[in-house]
Design a protein. Structure first.
Length: 429
């Protein structure tokens, strides 16, 4: 049986929670390999709704969860999340949650810098969540990070804080924001130590042992390919690599371990925050998609921008993200629309292209080239087999497969976990 990696194939918020939960129920270990608490998954289990940002989704199914070194970890956010799900009846202990010893930590100065920078940008805001994700990744590549293992070494912690504060206080001072004192941060960090260190281990060893034992591992991505710091709509992106290629580096395993890669996409397109969005709709149809799809961010609560399915964008995500099978969600939101449009390419400066270029001006100038498809009057909601779908809905799905050059492996027809059409078993390899 193969391992599975699941990533977003648009701009995030594609409905990963339900699908990850379904896959996690069949896995032995679930690994978060990038991002931080700037992304969220909503999981509905029975009469309980869990909103997770850092905890791997497998914890709600009693599976071992691993937070890999590719994640930037806010200890307060994690401890708060553990407290919240514990109150809902879950048990999160070192028995079912392990954190890589080399995971970088988000300190209080990181969100302070994040917010100060966004305020200084004025009308040119990137649209970050203000949770310190970007500054924490900057410290990682700048070799300044306080990592989880440092909490076990007070002397190391003290020396590293001196360098960190020299850097951050200079930036905060230049932005007119309050600076941080070392003593308060030392107290904060040492207070985290007894709460976090019991979860710490060299998770690469555990994952290597799991590989040798033939256990199923699910690599759980956050955000999506078009928010990847290299391959997304830069600079309106997140601060980590969201593609499946990063699952190996962010977990501490070899690339052959990642296994089957699934990309999740809605049957239309949404985006939260700033940045280019060629198929965005500003009319009643766009409003209808938002209302029917309950399009509000899990973490931020921000309303999502809505538009037609962009096959050109998803095809690009399939190629650079390493996607082998598509998981199509929210097909039921399109029920009853008389006609649908699919973007098959862009017109930029009089030229027709089948990719979204890297340049900011070119991205902003991209005008969608649409193909119109007849809608369907029947309902797809709750369908669990192809035979229950209107013929025109099947035609729509098949056309998407052709355009994005990847087969639909799973098709979700409602928020309910079991309302899913399974074309092939992702764990079968």
């Amino acid at each position: 049986m193969a391992n599975v990696a699941i990533i977003g194939a648009q701009w995030g918020d594609e409905g990963k929670g339900k699908v990850v939960d379904w896959l996690a129920s069949r896995a032995d270990i679930v690994v978060r390999f990038q991002g931080g608490h700037n992304a969220g998954h909503t999981l509905v289990v029975g009469n309980q709704t869990y909103k997770l940002s850092l905890l791997p989704s497998g914890v709600v199914r009693g599976k071992l969860g691993v937070i890999g070194n590719g994640v930037v970890l806010d200890p307060d956010a994690l401890l708060s999340e553990i407290e919240k799900v514990t109150a809902q009846g879950l048990s999160v202990t070192p028995e079912n949650l392990r954190i890589a010893e080399n995971t970088p930590l988000i300190l209080p100065l990181h969100p302070a810098l994040d917010k100060a920078r966004e305020a200084a940008r004025g009308g040119d805001k990137i649209g970050t969540t203000g949770r310190g994700i970007g500054p924490a990744y900057e410290d990682k590549v700048g070799r300044r990070s306080i990592r989880l293992c440092d909490l076990a070494e007070p002397e190391t912690l003290s020396k590293k804080l001196d360098e960190l504060l020299l850097h951050h206080n200079s930036l905060l001072r230049g932005l007119g924001a309050p600076e941080f004192e070392k003593a308060a941060l030392v107290e904060k960090l040492l207070g985290w130590a007894p709460k976090l260190l019991p979860f710490m281990e060299a998770v690469w060893e555990r994952l290597d042992a799991a590989r040798a034992e033939g256990k199923r591992v699910l690599f759980e991505g956050a955000q999506a390919v078009m928010l990847d710091v290299d391959h997304g709509t830069f600079p309106y992106v997140t601060s980590s690599n969201t593609v499946a290629g990063n699952a190996a580096a962010g977990a501490g395993v070899g690339p052959h371990t990642v296994g089957n890669v699934l990309g999740i996409a809605k049957a239309y397109t949404t985006r939260v925050g700033s940045g280019p969005f060629p198929t965005e709709l500003f009319d009643d149809t766009g409003k209808l998609l938002g209302e029917r799809g309950h399009e509000f961010g899990t973490v931020t609560g921000r309303p999502r921008r809505c538009g037609w399915f962009d096959a050109c964008l998803v095809r690009q995500a399939v190629k650079v993200g390493g996607v082998q099978g598509l998981v199509l969600t929210k097909l039921d939101v399109l029920d009853g629309l008389p006609e649908l449009k699919i973007c098959t390419g862009y017109e930029i400066g009089g030229e027709r292209v089948r990719r979204l270029p890297a340049g900011m001006q070119a991205q902003a100038a991209a005008k969608p080239i649409y193909e119109t498809i007849e809608g369907w009057s029947g309902s797809t909601r709750g369908a669990r087999s192809w035979g229950e779908l209107p013929a025109q809905a099947i035609k729509y799905v098949r056309r998407i497969e052709e355009l994005v050059e990847a087969p639909v492996t799973l098709l979700s027809t409602s928020p309910e976990r079991d309302d899913t059409i399974t074309v092939s078993d992702p764990f079968a390899g």
